[in-house]
Design a protein around this ligand. Sequence first.
Ligand SMILES: Cc1cc2nc3c(=O)[nH]c(=O)nc-3n(C[C@H](O)[C@H](O)[C@H](O)COP(=O)(O)OP(=O)(O)OC[C@H]3O[C@@H](n4cnc5c(N)ncnc54)[C@H](O)[C@@H]3O)c2cc1C
Length: 405
Amino acid sequence: MAEFSLDLSEEQRDLRDWVHGFAAEVVRPAAAEWDAREEAPWPVIESAAKVGLYGFEFLANAWADPTGLSLPIACEELFWGDAGIGLAIMGTSLAVAAIYGSGTPDQLVEWVPQCFGTVDSPAVAAFCSTEPEAGSDVGAMRTRAVYDAAADEWVLSGQKAYATNGGIAGVHVVTASVDPALGARGQAAFVVPPWTAGLSSSRKLLKLGLRASHTADVFLDDVRVPGSCLLGGRDALEARLSRARSGQRSQSSSAAMRTFEITRPTVGAQALGVARAAYEYALDYAKTRVQFGRPIVENQAVAFALADMRTDIDAARLLVWRAAWMGRNNRPFAAGEGSMSKLRAGEVAVSVTEKALQILGGAGYVRDHPVERWYRDAKIYTIFEGTSEIQRLVVSRAISGHQIR
Ligand SMILES: Cc1cc2nc3c(=O)[nH]c(=O)nc-3n(C[C@H](O)[C@H](O)[C@H](O)COP(=O)(O)OP(=O)(O)OC[C@H]3O[C@@H](n4cnc5c(N)ncnc54)[C@H](O)[C@@H]3O)c2cc1C
């Protein structure tokens, strides 16, 4: 057993510096333009694919790190560059996580590379779980999947909401109810291959922040996919459904929940990147902005705010790294540690960007400085991948053993 250490390895430091370089040289300079255009930044995604930051191999290498820290380290740096562009690059990994969480090894090999496309022609993928009537309440999902045995096809019908990359993706991973009477335990995840008839997206959603990331409603109108597109396969599904029907306790959570358990520390790391960007900017500003004949940082009110910002960021990072390590090393989240990490990092991103804006005064409110964008971007982290309230529900249930409502 290695002795305890928080020193990053040489590979991890190299990864951090490499992603930081890309974030500083390519992502951050492009951020204001794509925020204003409110479009997917394809040229930046293509650059990320060319340097090897966007693609199956990048994720596989990061996942191979036995400490679990490579992915959060990379995400923090990328999202330090810009959260909207960061999500345009990392949004695909949510669909990949769904395939990884529910799929068979053969399905992983078949679909994950297709999620990314090729270096010369990159694609993005979408994970579509949320519905107009089923947000936090995943069990209320109405999208139905019905098996057509004669054709060995699944037929998907319903509507998905707020899907990152929805409609512009090649591969869509869609969750649907196979047996509505079983609630969340009657759900499964399906790959909808590129260009499948019946999947459409009519409306791109306009957002407060993360504007370079495409978000849209997705409609499924009798979408037919081959039987092999059921993630995990039919035998595993039937076994799970029959356990649920006989009232046995489930060892595994729903397809949507399995995906979120894998991704929450990574999403926490994204929030940290936004928070750190705002903190660093505010610190520099406070050291150079002079009022009353001295830099504003020499006022305790300002300096203590910066001290709190830095303390909160560092504390949240420790929670993120712990959860990432636990997830990678198959330690159960007995106290909801994955949720804790996303909860704290998300709330820190909101409070730190707000404090940074305050430290800049009027300069924080106008678009001459990036802080107003970071303030808008940060808010998503208390909402998606489970709201802060839902994270508190997970933690409080885990620590109490009670069905807190
Ligand atoms: C930019 C963006 C990108 C997204 N990307 C994706 C994606 O790629 N794929 C996907 O599937 N989804 C995606 N989502 C959806 C996101 O995960 C949901 O918005 C989120 O889960 C909350 O669901 P809701 O919006 O329906 O809110 P609701 O569930 O309606 O919640 C509204 C409020 O009620 C509170 N609340 C609800 N239930 C409880 C409870 N039991 N106890 C206490 N409080 C409660 C919530 O915390 C929240 O404050 C995205 C959303 C956005 C905005």
